[in-house]
Design a binder for this molecule. Structure first.
Ligand code: ATP
Ligand code: MG
Ligand code: MG
Ligand code: MG
Length: 566
């Protein structure tokens, strides 16, 4: 590629509101541009990196025996109702309607569609095990999109799904995926850790996350000083009951957030009956914030049963009327108790309080503490300090060593789903004895676009990005000093360019002319190997080689340089 034919789009400064190094550098290096909140265009330089990440992921998945396919982003809501996630997934699930008023979702993940494929295509145990994957766009209406492509609403995920006759086979494939993920992140030269995780809205029992260690990470990982114990603190089950309680106490304020309004509070505020309050609230909602009402939580033993509420609620938006049990599942991803149950009142959850879907902790009537799903999105600096006080220096639940916390970026997540989807959606095969049996399933995700940002968080300096060779947009930059004036320099640059390209390297020839500008851009973009061609050095038969990571400069003859780059 020659710069003159390319869209370089580098910036001297990043916009002011940009929080993280990776976001700043991705904007400055001309990798991405924001279209709207959580929506990004991948400019050519960014796309080159993303494609390389996807390439490594694809290769390792193929090596591990997974087979590539592709499923639609737009999915009929019926499948989500079958699996039960139409209500459970919460406000991150983007619901849309077509011109015939049929409801669809924009896929936040693809368990439903693949289970539908499996129940139609798989008939016999002889077809198992099967592991399929895709690299596809996902959409999640994240409560707080931020950090660029790190937490965007539209993003690229590699997701794989495996099908098995029994648990043993699932465990075998799970181990293969675990290894494939280690290979993938090792090839990208990432400093990562595998940690035991909470399964969140995807579900299942056993799950592990792959975290890139970085101060900008939104997750907190508890490590033991003396063993391999590592758990995301979202996974409160891995922490002791004491810790669960202590962490919950530290985050209790969330429950008192003003957006979480109990019906009783409303009733008191307006001095009217609970029924009238519900009605008032919902009428108001239907007027101006209909779309914001996510759910009405009704305690099972409350005078307002579902039918009654449904009759009261004449709103067009698919309002979920949840019993406390369902609300609990909805808010805690199927785990723990419903926090405010302790208050013994129904709740109205609106979109601003969707924080509940993402982050909740509390105590139930019996005083059992729990923490809910997806802490990550909201662990701010003060909370981290609080949590450090609570968690660090207590003995590790594994019995060896003490716990300490580190921040991590979740780049991958693997799940042993078991048979929850195959049972709810009727995905069965005939076993050896000719009996119908629900399949065991696994699900395996990597956030390809998030990986790009995570790599930058670990590989940068004050000049810009420093790419590992394997995913650099270009491996080599050729910079002829004042190339626009000297045809001799340009000739040398062109012939070197042609030769390196013919050897399969990705090379960017900067033919713009102003040395300072060119060099700064190549360093900002993070091209690992930079070749500077200048008159004086050339007179003595040398080119200057600069290694981006170390900044080391070295004069080399063309032949030595070519041999070095191979
Ligand atoms: P998070 O805890 O960060 O919200 P998640 O646990 O909801 O992530 P999964 O459902 O496990 O995500 O999806 C698999 C992978 O997809 C994640 O490990 C992550 O790498 C990626 N991913 C999830 N949400 C986003 C997002 N909003 N933007 C970019 N990548 C994402
Ligand atoms: Mg997570
Ligand atoms: Mg999430
Ligand atoms: Mg996850």
């Amino acid at each position: 590629m020659r710069t003159s034919n390319y869209l370089l789009s580098t910036l001297k400064e990043a916009p002011k509101d940009v929080e993280t190094t990776s976001q700043k550098l991705m904007l400055r290096a001309g990798m991405i541009r924001q279209l709207a909140s959580g929506l990004y265009t991948w400019l050519p330089t960014g796309l080159r990196v993303l494609r390389k990440v996807e390439g490594i992921v694809r290769q390792e998945m193929n090596n591990a025996g997974a087979i590539e396919m592709l499923m639609p982003i737009v999915q009929p809501s019926g499948l989500w109702k079958e699996s039960g996630r139409w209500t459970k997934f919460g406000p991150e699930l983007q619901r849309i309607k077509d011109r015939q008023n049929r409801s669809f979702v924009l896929a936040p993940t693809h368990e439903e569609v693949i289970t539908d494929i499996a129940r139609n295509e798989l008939k016999s145990y002889k077809q198992l095990p099967l592991n399929v994957f895709q690299i596809q766009t996902k959409f999640r209406d994240e409560m707080r999109p931020r950090f660029g492509v790190m937490r965007s609403r539209e993003f690229t995920m590699k997701d794989a799904y495996s099908f098995h006759l029994d648990k043993e086979s699932l465990v075998e494939t799970y181990a293969k995926m675990h290894q494939a993920y280690c290979n993938i992140f090792t090839r990208m030269e990432l400093d990562f850790r595998v940690v035991s995780a909470d399964s969140g809205a995807i579900g299942g029992a056993t799950s592990h996350e792959f975290h890139v260690l970085a101060e900008t990470g939104e997750d907190l990982i508890a490590f033991s000083t003396d063993s391999n114990f590592a758990a995301n603190i979202e996974n409160t089950e891995a922490l002791s009951p004491f810790k669960r309680q202590a962490i919950a106490e530290k985050t209790m304020t969330r429950i008192e957030a003003p957006e979480v309004r109990t019906v009783v509070q409303f009733a008191k505020q307006y001095g009217i009956s609970i029924e009238k309050t519900v009605k008032t609230y919902l009428v108001k909602a239907s007027d101006k914030m209909q779309e914001d009402v996510i759910a009405l939580v009704v305690r099972g033993d409350h005078e307002l049963n579902e039918t009654k509420v449904a009759a009261l609620c004449d709103v067009a938006y698919p309002l979920h009327v949840l019993t406390d049990r369902e609300a609990c599942e909805y808010m805690t991803g199927g785990k723990g108790a419903l926090g405010p149950v302790g208050l013994g009142v129904p709740l109205i959850i609106d979109r601003s309080a969707a924080v509940l879907g993402d982050f909740i902790s509390g105590a139930n009537a019996e005083g059992n503490y729990f923490c809910g799903i997806n802490w990550g999105t909201d662990v701010d600096a003060t909370k981290v300090a609080d949590l450090r006080n609570v968690v660090e220096g207590d003995p590790s639940p594994c019995g060896q060593g003490k716990l300490f916390l580190k921040r991590g970026i979740e780049v991958g997540h693997i799940f042993q789903l078991g048979s929850q989807y195959s049972e709810s959606m009727g995905a069965t095969v005939l076993d050896v004895y000719g009996r119908q049996q629900a399949m065991e399933m696994g699900s395996y995700g990597i956030g390809c676009s998030r990986v790009v940002a995570a790599v930058i968080e670990q590989n940068n300096d004050n000049l810009g990005i420093i790419w590992p060779d394997a995913i650099a947009p270009f491996q080599v930059a050729i910079v002829p000093v004042s190339g626009h004036k000297s045809s001799r320099l340009l000739d040398v640059a062109e012939s070197l360019y042609t030769e390196l390209v013919s050897k399969g390297m990705d090379v960017l020839l900067d033919d713009r002319g102003r040395f300072g500008v060119m060099l700064k851009d190549m360093e900002l973009i993070g091209i690992p190997h930079i070749i500077v061609i200048g008159e004086e050095n050339l007179n003595q038969g040398f080119l200057e080689y600069r290694e981006r990571r170390t900044g080391k400069k070295q004069l080399m003859s063309v032949d030595v340089l070519k041999a070095y780059l191979e």
